[in-house]
Design a protein around this ligand. Structure first.
Ligand SMILES: Nc1ncnc2c1ncn2[C@@H]1O[C@H](COP(=O)(O)OP(=O)(O)OP(=O)(O)O)[C@@H](O)[C@H]1O
Ligand SMILES: [Mg+2]
Length: 238
């Protein structure tokens, strides 16, 4: 994916301000920054849920504006904050999305993902009765239905217990290693970002303040941990 000069204004507010970066196959790119920095808005632009005020996005060599459907059929999205139709069972929800993504054979793929996310015992449960961590895992299963080449994850681990969060990170790394899937990831957990991401984009007020590998950012801002770097940067001490 190539992102060039991407800008989104809401009235007087510039939520994403002239952002440029590349995402390579198999790369896990972390986007970090304070509340309101523009992370979710950036992901919504990359998913064509929002229209940019300026700038261009190319995915798989295609212009997202002109090849929306072809691109979106090969990517997917999940977040701790998305909702699913609450009166359907877990399996029914996955069946609906499998049809939307034209997954075939759907029953096998759904059975595989239910196991992979360790929610096979919840398959017949009504979605509205799930705990928030269980819904997060259902959303992740949905996000993997079409074997995406790019997976966008906006705070996917926010509601997961430490054990499941760790398993989720391992799963993402394994899928990346096995399939070359790229991941765009946001989280406020700096330990997680440091451990998981190959490269980081530091956003503040919509602008890229810094970017690089976790090690490069720690060296540049003389922090022992990414958390220390983060606090230095947002408090203007860097
Ligand atoms: N639809 C909208 N209309 C007006 N302003 C918006 C809209 N969506 C987002 N914003 C504003 O854009 C800015 C960036 O918001 P965004 O949700 O992208 O931040 P974020 O980095 O994801 O923050 P958080 O860490 O809290 O999730 C905020 O100031 C927000 O209020
Ligand atoms: Mg957000």
């Amino acid at each position: 994916m190539e992102v060039r000069g991407l800008t989104k204004r809401f009235g007087d507010l510039t939520a994403v301000d002239d952002v440029t970066f590349d995402l390579f196959p198999g790369e896990i790119l972390g986007i970090l920054g304070p509340n309101g920095a523009g992370k979710t808005t950036l992901i919504q632009l990359l998913l064509h849920v929002l229209t940019p005020t300026a700038g261009r996005i190319y995915v798989f060599g295609l212009d997202l504006d002109r090849h929306r459907e072809a691109i979106l059929s090969r990517v997917n999205f999940s977040s701790a904050y998305v909702s699913m139709p609450s009166s359907l069972t877990v399996r029914e929800n996955l069946q609906v999305f499998a049809r939307l993504y034209q997954v075939s054979p759907a029953p096998e793929r759904i059975a595989h993902l239910l196991k992979l996310l360790e929610i096979d015992d919840l398959a017949a449960k009504i979605t509205g009765t799930l705990s928030s961590g269980q819904i997060t895992r259902l959303c992740l299963a949905k996000a993997l239905l079409n074997e995406p080449r790019i997976l966008f994850l906006d705070e996917p681990t926010a509601s997961l217990d430490p054990d499941i969060a760790d398993k989720t990170r391992r799963l993402l790394r394994r899928l990346r290693d096995e399939t070359g899937m790229a991941v765009v990831y946001t989280s406020h957990n700096m330990k997680e970002m440091e451990e998981l991401c190959d490269r980081l984009l530091f956003l503040s007020k919509g602008r890229v303040l810094a970017s690089g590998t976790p090690t490069a950012l720690r060296d540049r801002f003389r922090g022992g941990t990414l958390e220390e770097v983060y606090l230095k940067v947002v408090r203007g001490e860097a």
